[in-house]
Design a protein around this ligand. Structure first.
Ligand code: DWN
Ligand code: SAH
Length: 410
């Protein structure tokens, strides 16, 4: 029997401590990266996945998040380098960071994973340190020559590093802050570590894009916070830091890149996006109710399509055992009746069972050796990269089924 663990609900906002409003309840969910062998099934961990918004600072957040050590440890199987698009993206970001850094700079990355970004900084001979609590990926970073502290970044770690190495001229965090259940620990740590004339670059999936495309699968255990400019400004403002600039980047379904400084006047882009967030009802309770209704309709349509395939005798497999896939698979009850297996390029996921639904995960070769008729694309955020790679599948008549921004065949 699965182990049911009850955690006390957290009724207060992770940012401003005021009461939050739950708006969507996905029910009992496993860890999104909790891939298991058959022998491990008995100990599978579950929690209640519920998202809420704060009507004061508008931070969208999980009501309850599993303990961080259960998610981020030596078994963590997500390696940033698996996507060629993301490798190029982080090479660009590293270049941008290095142009901001003086010659004797100290560059810090939070959530540095396998060192995909920092290896460029290391290769340029620049003093650097990555904070990465998951030992699996931290080891890969060290192998690539990246100085890595295998620990969670927080205020105490920041103070220690500032005392040992001096303040950081550039701090980078991509897809890291959203993973932190206590975001003040990270924002406060940045305030401690950043040099007075330093720059911090934060990049996170944008809640505005999640709403626009109803990308409900971004909601899973690891993502404790879903930022907008409004909520992120509130968080950093509490530590005397300023969001100096913001830009939109087209990764992970739409993200915002924030430039944070110790002082200065926010750019016109910041003022205009803050106004836009108000005008587009991003800060409006009705937006959340409508989002929940669209998720239900999306699920019904996806199941209808999968049922249609089954009745038509089509072979269907899942493509990409992504973290995101865990929410639709388990919430909509997708099983091996609908998808034979899920293929993935990550060796650590091969020959495991997917979290919760226990659909077999197979190497990418299983896809190529016997192309299915249809592939449910859990990697919709990397659709261009995948389609480029899988031209033979398409030429043979294979089609992709996506469910973000709506259910459709490609
Ligand atoms: O926020 C997070 C983002 C940055 O990365 C983390 N919490 C975890 C992870 O989320 P994800 O697992 O949804 O990320 P991706 O990049 O959408 O999917 C990665 C998975 O897809 C890996 O298991 C590798 C696999 N993959 C594949 O099989 N073929 C990836 C690519 C690009 C491919 O071509
Ligand atoms: N920055 C990478 C990795 C994103 S996955 C990228 O964009 O591809 C999120 C990463 O944050 C994981 O590697 C996880 O171990 C790490 N992480 C989680 N909490 C953290 C914390 N408090 N401090 C530093 N890293 C953290």
């Amino acid at each position: 029997m699965p182990r049911a663990v009850a955690y006390p609900l957290m009724p207060a906002c992770r940012n401003c401590d005021r009461p939050i409003e739950p708006f969507i309840d996905f029910g009992r969910m496993p860890l999104a990266n909790g891939f298991l062998t058959a022998a491990q099934l008995a100990g599978e961990y579950f929690f209640r996945l519920q998202a809420a918004y704060c009507p004061h600072c508008w931070l969208v957040q999980l009501v309850d998040q599993p303990p961080r050590e259960l998610m981020f440890n030596e078994r963590y199987p997500f390696f940033s380098a698996t996507s060629s698009r993301m490798r190029a993206h982080f090479a660009d970001l590293a270049r941008e960071a290095m142009t901001l850094a003086p010659r004797d700079a100290f560059v810090v990355e939070i959530g540095s994973n396998d060192g995909t970004l920092l290896r460029h900084v290391a290769q340029a001979g620049i003093r650097h340190l990555g904070f990465e609590p998951s030992a699996s990926v931290a080891a890969a970073a060290r192998d690539a020559g990246v100085n890595t502290a295998c620990e969670f970044f927080d205020v105490a770690a920041a103070r220690r590093i500032a005392a040992e190495h001096g303040h950081a001229h550039v701090i980078i965090g991509a897809n890291a802050l959203s993973h932190v259940g206590r975001p003040h620990d990270v924002a406060g740590g940045i305030a401690q570590l950043l040099a007075p004339d330093g720059v911090c670059i934060i990049e996170e999936p944008y809640w505005g894009d999640v709403v626009a495309s109803t990308a409900f699968d971004q909601i899973y255990d690891e993502h404790a916070c879903y930022f907008s400019l409004t909520s992120l400004s509130h968080l950093f403002g509490g530590h005397g830091l300023v969001v100096a600039d913001v830009s939109h980047v087209d990764v992970h379904g739409g993200s915002l890149r924030y430039r944070i400084a110790t002082r200065g006047t926010p750019s016109r882009r910041v003022a205009s996006l803050l106004a836009q967030e108000q005008a587009t009802a991003l800060c409006d309770p009705g937006t959340f109710d409508a989002f929940r209704d669209r998720v239900a309709a999306r699920g019904a349509e996806l199941l209808r399509r999968l049922d249609h395939y089954r009745r038509a005798g089509r072979r269907v497999v899942g493509y990409g055992a992504t973290s995101k896939s865990t929410t639709p698979i388990n919430y909509f009850g997708i099983s091996q009746d609908q998808i034979e297996f899920i293929c993935d390029t990550t060796p650590a996921k091969h020959n495991t069972l997917s979290p919760g639904a226990h659909i077999p995960v197979r190497p990418h070769s299983a896809f190529v050796e016997a192309y299915p008729d249809r592939a449910l694309l859990f990697l919709w955020n990397h659709a261009a990269e995948v389609r480029e790679k899988e031209r033979v599948f398409e030429r043979g008549g294979g089609k992709w089924l996506v469910y973000v921004p709506d259910v459709r065949e490609l």
